[in-house]
Design a protein around this ligand. Structure first.
Ligand code: MN
Ligand code: MN
Length: 467
């Protein structure tokens, strides 16, 4: 090498794919881990299913609900299940919790279509469910794909019926129709965002009239009769339900080289899975390790299962109570001494749409875990900007373990922007940085990640908690 080449090697930021020169053993480790990840995704498409799966996995590893503990001591593993929709888990550290906690927080909800409170209607020989979309979607992407119905219906008696239709091979699926190109001249002239309108996202669910019935709403009656037979419900019971339409596709390996994962809801289930498995495999952390799986991030983190609620504070207070050390202001002090990775996905650079990215500050698939010092939009507005000292500390953890990472911004300046739950925890005094897996086609029914990045996220979260 020439002197300049040597100097370049020493001084330049490295920009290379993690697959370059990867050993066979490491590759197998990555692929095996991602097979389990894809199994998890196939079992857990909604926030409720995520919490259910997470609870099962945690209990297998000795975690117990905080209500079951009279007192806590170092090494104890606890969780709090918040209304089956969000969850907090912790392993009590060997060191005093007053010195702070290491927190990793992701979210379990993903963009989807929810049924309206009065969803069922009949029109021209078809029965439909009306929907209201949840989170930021491109509406046209949700037509003409197989959809499954997931969720719960709760009767006034409190009886809760769990619904999953469209996941088994023998199940029917559902779809939202779109106009044939031959008749779409006017539709094709519209702006992309108006191509399919919100009120047109109606799910086609049936076409046979109730037996012997010819009059109006005979098909609606037949659908209600089927639902009544299967679940014992009436039309009114929809008002106390949470039924979500999610893509019926399964998570699959993608590419001839199998290097990627294509699946619904990787925003942010990829960070849920990688942080959860990192926590479950931890041995006796020095610092108390806390894992947040939040809900409602896609619609602003509001509500009592969203990160804005005080349920998380209550969980940590309860830990302080059960450690027998709680006193006035201790919770604030613990927060001020804590560190957090806000584990949420990152918009990966897509060469097909290169104009919206700034290449020097874009996250690339296959280069490891993606960090954002700040998010926000238009002059960093609304950003929780991580302090340089904290960024350096995180770099040190990653570099010590030889974990691939890259820093990026969400697109070009003034093009777009976004946010995560980072600011909510930063408000409590915690040092926070966004740190997650880069994703292609984010918020689409089928999102793409690199298996290399998924595994590096798992390694990064493990390293953070072991620090
Ligand atoms: Mn997200
Ligand atoms: Mn999102």
């Amino acid at each position: 090498m020439t002197e300049a080449e040597n100097l370049k090697e020493k001084l330049f930021r490295k920009e290379k794919t993690g697959w370059e020169g990867i050993e066979q053993g490491k590759k197998e480790e990555i692929f095996n881990y991602c097979n389990q990840y894809m199994d998890f995704l196939n079992r857990s498409k909604t926030e409720r299913e995520i919490v259910k799966s997470a609870k099962e996995l945690a209990e297998q590893k000795g975690f117990k609900s905080i209500c079951e503990y009279e007192a806590l001591k170092p090494g104890d593993k606890v969780y709090y299940n918040n209304r089956d929709k969000s969850m907090y888990l912790a392993i009590i550290g060997q060191e005093g919790i007053e010195k702070g906690m290491n927190i990793i927080g992701s979210h379990a909800d993903s963009p989807r279509l929810d049924l309206k409170p009065n969803p069922l209607y009949e029109d021209s020989g078809f029965a439909y469910f009306k929907t209201h979309y949840y989170g930021g979607i491109k509406k046209y992407q949700w037509t003409t794909i197989p959809l499954a119905i997931h969720g719960v219906i709760v009767k006034p008696s409190g009886e809760k019926i769990e619904v999953v239709i469209g996941e088994e091979e023998t199940d029917p699926i559902f779809t939202i129709t779109d106009l044939l190109p031959h008749l779409a001249t006017e539709q094709m002239e519209r702006k992309l965002k108006e191509g399919i309108k919100g009120e047109d996202l109606n799910l086609l669910i049936g076409s046979i009239p109730y037996k012997g019935e010819k009059g109006q709403e005979a098909i609606k009656l037949n659908i209600l009769s089927i639902l009544n037979e299967k679940y014992g419900i009436t039309e009114m019971d929809f008002v106390s339900s949470e039924l979500e339409l999610v893509p019926a596709f399964r998570a699959r390996s993608m590419g001839l080289d199998n290097s990627m994962v294509a699946a619904y809801g990787q925003d942010d289930k990829v960070c849920v899975y990688t942080s959860l498995t990192a926590l479950l495999n931890l041995e006796q952390p020095k610092t108390t390790a806390v894992c947040i799986i939040s809900d409602k991030e896609e619609i602003g983190s509001m509500g009592n299962t969203g990160m804005e609620s005080h349920v998380f504070d209550t969980f940590i207070s309860e830990i302080l109570n059960k450690l027998g050390i709680n006193r006035a202001n201790l919770l604030d002090q613990v927060f001020c001494n804590s560190k957090m990775l806000s584990a949420d996905v990152d918009a990966a650079y897509d060469p097909i749409y290169s104009s919206v990215y700034e290449k020097n500050n874009a996250g690339f698939l296959g280069r490891g875990i993606g960090l954002n010092k700040y998010t926000g939009a238009r002059g960093k507005s609304g950003a929780s900007d991580a302090n340089a000292e904290f960024v350096a500390m995180i770099r040190n953890i990653l570099e010590k373990e030889n974990i691939s990472y890259e820093f990026s911004e969400l697109g070009r300046v003034d093009i777009g922007g976004g946010g995560t739950i980072a600011y909510i925890l930063a408000d409590k005094g915690i040092d926070v940085i966004d740190c997650g897996v880069p994703v292609l086609s984010m918020h689409a029914p089928y999102e793409v990640t690199s298996k290399f990045d998924v595994y590096e996220a798992y390694r990064a979260y493990t390293a953070f908690w072991n620090n």
